[in-house]
Design a protein around this ligand. Structure first.
Ligand SMILES: *[C@@H]1O[C@H](CO)[C@@H](O)[C@H](O)[C@H]1NC(C)=O
Ligand SMILES: *[C@@H]1O[C@H](CO)[C@@H](O)[C@H](O)[C@H]1NC(C)=O
Ligand SMILES: *[C@@H]1O[C@H](CO)[C@@H](O)[C@H](O)[C@H]1NC(C)=O
Ligand SMILES: *[C@@H]1O[C@H](CO)[C@@H](O)[C@H](O)[C@H]1NC(C)=O
Ligand SMILES: *[C@@H]1O[C@H](CO)[C@@H](O)[C@H](O)[C@H]1NC(C)=O
Length: 462
């Protein structure tokens, strides 16, 4: 499975880029992959997603944040001729602002919105972008779509501890040795699989506007990834940092172009307008990562992957704080005649499966026995039904509902909520784990009720 996915990831940039990335970013699983259709937990490999989408990016430097600045770029015009065009960036004007939030906003290819650093002739011209993914992911690639010239020298770092410490992931430079002190284009063997390499490959395609770092490309153990703790560790990250150190040479000078105002190329202010970094999209392909065998990735109620410990909590909702969980009326200490009489139905059910919906868990139940029910009510129908329990009740383990178990269930026929057809648990319900000793008691309660032997309701004062 991994080999296939890796192959897909590596080959995909060759396809139509926009289509691939928007497809990737939009992908939303339609059911929880960590449970099978019967609601049993299964080994789950979460889908690959663009983990960067909508996540915050912090730039050390952004064009136009301390007043308007002029910048220029070379574009091919409709007539096919390269010309320099100049504009201003201004953080206080919506159409002229280029904040880092545009990097992860999914406005790609058709109308790319760009982050831009302040033009500068400083050397080295170091600018940093830091992306927080919010949790650990196993990353397959980091893709950067540039709006302007590619950087000449750039380093990618990763953190696995939320940005406290950083380790190098990859370097790009035409001068790997001088700038990063690394040999260029080193061959990867089994011995240096967890080492950041430096490459000048990006400089070989001067017209390209995308640099994609495939985390496993060329690493021998990638074909047995599941067996390689070294590579599993290598691809794990919670934060990504991109440090630009040097821009590629200025094309206007290279091509001997003049701009729309007849630039004097010895004028430093004018040269400065061409020296900035600009990126349109930062995408990170990855899948949710959880450590150890005691936890797995699950979808939370917002549809986001989170880690969930299967040892302590099979259910996939946050455990409520103790003081949010009041006394549980659903699980009474004792059953008695009065409780039996006061409820509309009494049934025995098996829990077949579970699904999550907004704020509620929907269990599929099989009504096996009906001891009492109003005719026509959901509870009166043997066979499959839905049982709705709110997240907050389950979070308090009130009740604890397990797929595959059998329960005794009593409750009132609530006013029908069309959005939740079936049986809903409320604070008048009773739910007990089934045991055969219950039958005798229930039969006795049912017989007495039938004979009109229910305890009297207390009379209201007139
Ligand atoms: C970016 O895309 C989103 C969703 O497609 C859209 O709502 C938003 O207006 C776009 N923003 C810009 C600046 O084009
Ligand atoms: C792209 O952006 C330009 C300028 O911001 C705008 O005029 C145009 O309508 C946009 N096109 C699309 C397809 O959103
Ligand atoms: C810029 O980055 C380079 C490479 O990481 C580093 O050696 C240098 O000290 C940095 N310079 C500044 C001014 O931060
Ligand atoms: C270009 O700019 C430099 C410095 O500003 C100035 O000395 C020189 O005269 C200018 N040359 C032209 C042709 O304008
Ligand atoms: C019963 O539940 C409702 C909401 O579901 C709550 O407002 C009410 O206080 C509860 N009553 C008791 C007696 O717990």
């Amino acid at each position: 499975m991994w080999a296939l996915l890796i192959a897909l990831t590596l080959w995909s940039p060759l396809r139509t880029e926009g289509a691939y990335f928007s497809q990737f970013s939009m992908k939303e699983p339609d059911h929880d992959p960590c449970y099978d259709m019967a609601g049993r937990p299964v080994r789950c490999v979460p889908d690959f997603i663009n983990a960067a989408f909508g996540k915050p990016v912090i730039a050390s430097n952004t064009c136009g944040t301390s007043g308007p600045s002029k910048y220029c770029s070379i574009r091919e015009d409709a007539d096919g001729i390269l010309r320099e065009h100049c504009d201003t960036c201004d953080g206080s004007v919506r159409d002229k602002a280029h904040p880092a939030s545009l990097l992860t906003d999914l406005n790609n290819s058709q109308n790319m919105t760009c982050w831009m650093s302040e033009p500068s002739t400083d050397y080295p011209h170091n600018v940093t972008l830091t992306l927080s993914l919010g949790k650990k992911f196993e990353l397959t690639y980091i893709s950067m779509q540039f709006c302007h010239r590619l950087p000449d020298s750039m380093a990618i770092y990763k953190s696995t501890d939320g940005g406290k410490t950083w380790t190098p992931f990859q370097f790009y430079s035409t001068e790997c040795r001088n700038i990063y002190g690394r040999e260029p284009n080193v061959q990867i063997s089994k011995h240096n699989e967890q080492e950041a390499l430096c490459t000048d490959a990006h400089a070989l395609a001067p017209l390209a506007n995308r640099i994609a770092f495939a985390t496993l490309e060329g690493r021998p153990s990638s074909f047995e990834f599941e067996k390689s703790p070294v590579l599993q560790d290598w691809v794990t990250a919670s934060d990504i940092r991109i440090v630009f150190n040097r821009l590629s040479p200025d094309q206007a000078e290279l091509y001997g172009l003049t701009n729309d105002v007849g630039t004097n190329f010895t004028d430093l202010d004018v040269i400065k307008q061409r020296y900035y970094y600009s990126m349109g999209e930062l995408a990170v392909g990855g899948r949710c990562k959880c450590n150890g065998h005691s936890s797995r990735c699950v979808l939370d109620k917002m549809g986001k992957y989170t880690c969930d410990s299967i040892l302590t909590n099979v259910n996939t909702f946050p455990i409520a704080a103790k003081d949010q969980c009041g006394k549980c009326r659903v699980i009474p200490k004792r059953m008695n005649q009065k409780k039996f009489c006061r409820r509309d139905y009494a049934i025995a059910v098996s829990v077949l499966g579970r699904e999550q919906t907004n704020g509620w868990i929907k269990f599929r139940i099989l009504i096996e026995d009906v001891f009492k029910a109003k005719s026509g009510s959901f509870a009166s129908r043997r066979g499959e039904q839905a049982l709705w329990v709110s997240y907050s009740s389950l979070a308090c383990k009130c009740p604890k509902v397990r797929v595959g178990r059998k329960y005794f269930l009593q409750g009132r026929d609530a006013s029908n909520d069309l959005s939740r057809p079936g049986i809903s648990l409320d604070n008048h319900s009773i739910m007990l784990e089934w045991n055969e000793d219950l039958i005798e008691k229930i039969d006795r309660f049912a017989r007495r009720e039938h004979r009109g032997q229910c305890p009297m309701r207390r009379k209201m004062a007139p």
